[in-house]
Design a protein around this ligand. Structure first.
Ligand code: PLP
Length: 391
């Protein structure tokens, strides 16, 4: 008789290694302080960088869109058609990003599947940073393209890979803009220079840079002043933008191509209008309230320097993503559990998301954290870190 024995064994193994994680069930919405089992807990693992999930303008936009359009989009846009709000939102996104065009997907994950999956053929080569996000890796796996991986941010290895790639039809260099587990920034100016030297396309996934880096949160291309020199910018609407969705900002030819070829666009229902409306409002909020992004960076700089002063290792962090590197998976999870006892929620991240000896508790600082909140977390870190002899 069919049973799940082998799955159960794998789960048992995870428990033995301290890597088993039941889902945390919150009793309130995404915010700096949230309710867990009736208790108020400081949330420090959320991608809600600017607190936009609860922004009054965005909530109002969603409610108005439900009144006008209902709750669903009907189907895929190539079959049923595109709602005007979806059309205008893409024009707005392209304007915001400074590109000819933009195309929205259901998530950042499916944007990578759709773009990489349709762009890369057997005669092409993709050159990818070893720490790129899982959705990039999976997007590449969907294709027959030749793959080369360079050590994290190692520009000599990137150049060697480009040098050895002259025979391919297309060369595409792919990188995260901000690396999600380490919080460091890609060396985009050098990547662009090398790509130009060897006639390659540049593909940047700005999931953690959208709403965080660049003027008004326009992303890493804007941060480095590389407009017109990055061919493909992936963004997410699920993190700082506060809702859900993903997009590619690119030229019109690529957009037209993707509308005909990108499988998540062709075979999965489009974003619901309330979400489109709320993302539309978010772009307006970003353009009008630079103070949120300023506060975000001020908080991140303060927290990182204090964590380092306590004696913790924050790895390569240079953004509001601040990992505390612990090492062993079980110890990492223990540290995270102790912090929760102190009222601070910061998720332990272990193998296979990061290397076996690189387990970490990852903090994401937001604009909604007050100085008192950050000090509260630092105090908890001091206690828990001492208890486990990490500091
Ligand atoms: C989070 C993330 C994604 C996925 O975005 P979603 O909109 O949550 O699907 C893609 N790429 C990177 C680099 C990410 O960090």
């Amino acid at each position: 008789m069919a049973d799940w024995n082998t799955l159960e064994q794998e789960l048992e193994q995870l428990k033995k290694e301290g890597r088993y994680r039941p889902l945390t069930v919150w009793e309130s919405g995404s915010n700096a302080w949230m309710t867990l089992k009736g208790r108020s807990v400081l949330q420090m693992s959320s991608n809600n960088y600017l607190g936009l999930t609860n922004h009054p303008r965005m909530k109002k936009a969603a409610i108005q869109a439900i009144d006008k359009y209902g709750v669903g989009s009907g189907s895929v846009r190539t079959i049923t058609g595109t709602l005007d709000i979806q059309h205008y939102f893409e024009l707005e996104l392209a304007r915001f990003k400074g590109t000819e065009a933009a195309l929205v997907f259901q998530s950042g994950f499916t944007a990578n599947q759709g773009v990489l999956g349709s762009l890369l053929g057997a005669e092409d080569v993709v050159i990818s940073d070893e720490l790129n996000h899982a959705s990039i890796i999976d997007g590449i796996r969907l294709t027959k393209a030749h793959r080369k991986v360079f050590a994290h941010k190692n520009m000599d290895q990137l150049e060697a890979a480009l040098q050895a790639s002259a025979g391919f039809k297309k060369r595409i260099v792919v990188t995260d803009g901000v690396f999600s587990m380490d919080g460091d920034i890609a060396p985009l100016p050098t990547i662009v220079e090398l790509a130009e030297k060897y006639d390659a396309f540049v593909y940047v996934d700005d999931a953690h840079a959208s709403g965080v880096l660049g003027k008004n949160g326009k992303g890493s291309t804007d941060h480095f002043g590389l407009h017109g020199r990055v061919h493909i910018q992936i963004g997410t609407l699920s993190k700082a933008i506060g809702a859900v969705g993903g997009y590619v900002a690119c030229d019109q030819i690529l957009k037209d191509y993707l509308i005909h070829k990108a499988r998540p666009f062709l075979f999965s229902t489009s974003q619901v209008p309330a979400v489109t409306a709320t993302c539309f409002a978010a772009i307006r909020v970003l353009q009008q309230s630079g103070d949120l992004i300023e506060k975000l960076w001020e908080n991140a700089t303060y927290f990182r320097s204090k964590v380092q002063a306590l004696g913790f290792n924050t790895g390569m962090s240079e953004t509001p993503i601040i990992p505390i590197i612990v090492g062993n998976p079980a110890l990492t999870m223990k540290f995270s559990d102790l912090l929760l006892q102190e009222g601070v929620f910061a998720q332990g991240i272990v193998y296979p998301t990061v290397a076996m000896d690189k387990g970490r508790v990852r903090f994401i600082i937001t604009a909604k954290h007050t100085r008192e909140d950050l000090d509260f977390a630092l105090n908890a870190l001091h206690h828990a870190g001492r208890q486990l002899s990490l500091i």
